[in-house]
Design a protein around this ligand. Structure first.
Ligand code: SF4
Length: 479
């Protein structure tokens, strides 16, 4: 509801956690989605929506928006925790990338029990060219008990409502309040509103971004879940020979995915399907003895291959926003470019690197390219800017390539994107320390070394003929 409005947007939680015997982040997302839902009656009236399509969102306690909405959109995500099937170990799971949200809530587990929630504030990936904006990860505000959580989250939103900029929409998100005033100031404001919490747990890690691909046993039902990779979330029926989809014009070559979903649900009664935070599908409650027949059913529709070739590691870990032609804010292709970029990188021999590439059609960065190993952000028609410093596990914030106040690789033509990406992967392979992933490598080496390496390649020299003044960079990017 009110998808583009200045209110709390859809609240996200890990879908797999619905079946956890430790902690249900999915239920928490529903609980707080209901709590922060704007009143539905005026919305139904103004947009003449059939009330039968509006879920019963009025039940239970409700956040009071007062006589005006928030100063800007507000995004919330709940991360999860699972017990490893093989070892029984507790593993934190940040599939929702909670620190890219205005407010992220991670469970803290001790002795197999949730003992509190570490709450992060001030994350966000959207930027605006030519304006002092930035992408950043949220910082830990404090640890709330179960009983103090609702009032605490309400207080955090209230502080933003009071202090967020209502004149400059480019400077209105919570991250700018946290940046300007500092997190200690924010804590004080929340305390003044009756928020009760302890200081953040030192060294706490909400976990890596998990993709939930493949099979998982569901602890509460004893049944199985199957995470199916859906390239950029696009459910279309595509000819195996990669004929264009007649409606979207998109060439996917991914098989008959749209027909596959209802067919699988019909063939395996009791199975449900959920959407992951990474645009994939999670089929849940499959009987353990139906494992092979379920996979065979998906394969009937060509699932698992693009243009007849099995999905590579790089492909299933990468993705994009919709970009052109779906998004009117886009400058260029992202969904229509990303599969081809991965094709090219597979041909160059990088299909099995355990890294991720994120592409968006503009600097609003809805697919969060800055938190991937390599980000490519649309800056103009068939032009992309590079972001480095993020990582496959989503734990780090990547930045534009700025050296000595000059912004490099801001307008890389589409045909050079795979060349730059391949050159960076080669650099990493040749120079990494033991076990060092691409993100850790680029953070250790720094932007100046990346620029020097790429500049030394004759085929990429022309990309450095022009640089741009550095964009606004906050004093300290949260890590
Ligand atoms: S990042 Fe992609 S989906 Fe988001 S506004 Fe830009 S083009 Fe549209």
């Amino acid at each position: 509801m009110n998808g583009c409005g200045d209110n709390v947007r859809n609240v996200m939680g890990c879908p797999l956690s619905k079946f956890s015997d430790l902690y249900d982040a999915h239920a928490k997302a529903h609980e707080y989605g209901r709590y922060f839902q704007i009143p539905s009656a005026p919305h139904v009236q103004v947009f003449a929506i059939d009330p039968n399509y509006v879920r019963d969102m009025e039940a239970g306690p409700k956040y009071d928006y007062g006589d005006k909405l928030l100063n800007r959109k507000f995004k919330i995500a709940f991360s999860a925790v699972h017990r490893d099937e093989q070892t029984g170990e507790i593993t934190y799971d940040n599939c929702v990338e909670l620190r890219t949200n205005d407010m992220g809530i991670a469970p803290i587990v001790e002795d197999e029990k949730v003992v509190g929630y570490q709450v992060y504030v001030g994350g966000g990936q959207g930027e605006k060219n030519g304006k002092p904006t930035f992408a950043t990860l949220g910082v830990p505000l404090g640890v709330f008990s179960e009983e103090n959580l609702m009032h605490g989250l309400k207080s955090i939103v209230d502080v933003h409502k009071e202090w967020g900029d209502r004149k400059n929409r480019h400077w209105a998100r919570l991250k700018y309040v946290v940046h300007k005033q500092g997190v200690e100031w924010y804590r004080e404001q929340v305390r003044e509103k009756g928020g009760v919490f302890e200081l953040p747990k030192p060294g706490f890690d909400p976990g890596p971004r998990m993709m939930h691909h493949g099979w998982t046993t569901l602890p509460t039902t004893g049944k199985l879940a199957y995470g199916a990779y859906i390239e950029n979330g696009r459910l279309v029926d595509s000819d195996p020979d990669a004929v264009q989809d007649s409606r979207s014009g998109i060439v996917t070559g991914n098989g008959q995915l749209k027909a596959m979903v209802p067919a699988a649900l019909q063939a395996f009664p009791g199975t449900e399907v959920m959407i992951t935070a990474n645009q994939d599908l999670l089929f849940v409650n499959i009987d353990p003895d139906a494992k092979e027949t379920f996979e065979a059913k998906l394969a009937e529709f060509g699932y698992g291959k693009r243009k007849g070739k099995a999905y590579s590691t790089l492909r299933v870990l990468s993705g994009s926003c919709v970009g052109l032609p779906t998004c009117r804010l886009s400058y260029t292709d992202s969904e229509q470019f990303e599969p081809e970029l991965i094709d090219e990188l597979e041909e160059k021999g990088f299909g099995e690197v355990h890294e991720s590439i994120g592409i968006t059609g503009c600097e609003r960065q809805c697919f969060r390219p800055g938190t991937k190993s390599i980000g490519w952000v649309g800056q103009g028609p068939d032009m992309y800017a590079l972001k480095l410093g993020g990582s496959e596990d989503g734990r780090h914030q990547g930045t534009w390539v700025v050296v000595d106040d000059q912004w490099h690789l801001r307008r890389v033509p589409r045909e050079d994107v795979s060349k730059v990406t391949a050159a960076l992967f080669e650099w990493h392979h040749a120079n990494r320390d033991n076990g060092e992933d691409f993100g850790a490598f680029t953070r250790r080496m720094g932007n100046a070394a990346a620029v020097a390496h790429l500049r030394s390649r004759s085929e990429l020299e022309h990309l450095f003929e022009k640089s741009f003044p550095a964009p606004f960079i906050p004093p300290a990017q949260a890590v």
